[in-house]
Design a protein around this ligand. Sequence first.
Ligand code: PEP
Ligand code: MG
Length: 589
Amino acid sequence: MSEARRVLSGIAASAGVAVGEVVVFDRRGVVVPRRSIAEGDVEGEVERLEQAMAAARREVEGVLEGFADDGPSEHRLLVETQLLMLGDQMISTAASAAIRSERINAEWALRRTVDAMCDRLRGADDGYFRERADDVRHVGEHLLAVLTGQRRRALPELTLPRVLVANDLTPAEAAQLSSRRVLALVTDAGSASSHTAILARALAIPAVVGLSDATRALAPGDLVVVDALRGEVVVGADANELDAARARGARFAAFRERLRDAERQGIATEDGARVTLLANVDLELDVPEAKQEGAAGIGLYRTEFLYLERREPPNEEEQLAVYARVARRMAPRPVVFRTFDLGADKMPNAMRRGPNPALGLRAVRIAFERPELLVTQLRAILRAAADGDVRVMFPMIASVSDLRRARAMLETAREDLEAEGATYGPIRVGAMLEIPSAIVMADRLAPECDFFSIGTNDLTQYTLAVDRSDPRVAHLASSLDPSVLRLLLRAREVADAHERPIGVCGDLAADTVAAPLLVGLGFRTLSMAPAAIPLVAEALSRVDLGEAASVAREALEQDGVAEVERLVAARFGARLGELWDEQGIELPR
Ligand code: PEP
Ligand code: MG
């Protein structure tokens, strides 16, 4: 029986269109089979539910018995609460009623009951009840795990190409996408600048993120259209719509391919102003793609991915092996290794989240707490500098003293290598400008470093106070906001005055709406996901520098994002409209 057509709307995070069957990866819990049952099986399902409750209770009692009398009392209290809830009839009565009245299997009845209870608790006025929603959810997940026999879950191995639907992926899981047969990615959480989105773009996997409840709304085996040009997921599409979507997907892929093949004598605006396009790379396996797309170098190598999902950080030799290979493969082109930006949404297993991770211990702040981590990394980077044009860049610099401290650690690493007689190379040192304070103080930072690179993802997050990983506020986080554009202009002017090279490596650089503005603001180096290079090159080749500069000046005077977009549409629409249409970009008129 064909399902009624439904459209789920989210954020288009990595362009493309794919059609395929859904695999659900629900990290919050187990995959819940959904079945209708015959009248005669109803009491059997109720019995299964009750047995699962009893088994879960026995498990929890076992845990409690194993507790030392002097163990941490909060932990005991949590487990006791769980036991109380498993003994309470509320969940089992409601779930049994659902099995009987709707004739559905125990797992599905339980999931629905628990979701409904959580929703009610979350809507309560009293904070105490709102907090209990998580307890109910944990109990529900425990019961589901017992009922289905499923335990801790890992990213599924796919034997056939599938659409992966997940709550969100940890960066380490997202990093495995390229080795899985993932046709497209759909997530509950995330925004266009979350790391899952960045990775999907780097791998050219179509992705729609920030759907809130895709893992609930979609079931394993559903045939869906993932339209990551419009930011939609369509379930229950008819044969015509499926065919049309496949055709659109193929057209977009061919279009991207055509651009990639375009003969280019370097990259330049229509009137010949040269622009250097570099690649952002998260994993070593993206390096060949960066070269293939014609990147003039690597403008941002996110080294933190080496640290994730492992017990111990990578040692110096492991890091050196990767950095030296990358430097040699790209030589004589430059590679900018950004020192680890751990924390916030990129957490290694052993690191605990603070109350406000984006404002907490992150990047160089972790290095200041644990200098040995950064010194080890810097030794590896310095040694790799003997193999190519290697540069180092420090993330999340908020002040002159941050940069001085990081540089002092670089000096320590260099002196140690020198004393040991080790081989290492010369290195240029950059500071990321991604915290507003750094741009305000850029004139003081400039004498202390060799180059700047602007991270517009974090700069936007911190300028507008919008959490880049929270889908509820994602629509407020546009780097085209005039406040962000004004900061960009200031940074570029200060860098020029101090003769420091400056580029943009945040996602704004990969945006064919924004790239002409960036060039108009005076930037001549942009670093982006490899897949975006041909698109941005094409966009820039269609704009005139004088026109871009005049549009950029006007953009700075607009009231908000919508006005900036309207301006860009009016002034560049005739040249770039076709390119935007192919990418599914719609601008306000
Ligand atoms: C940025 O913040 O724009 C950036 C390039 O770094 P990341 O996305 O890794 O935080
Ligand atoms: Mg950043």
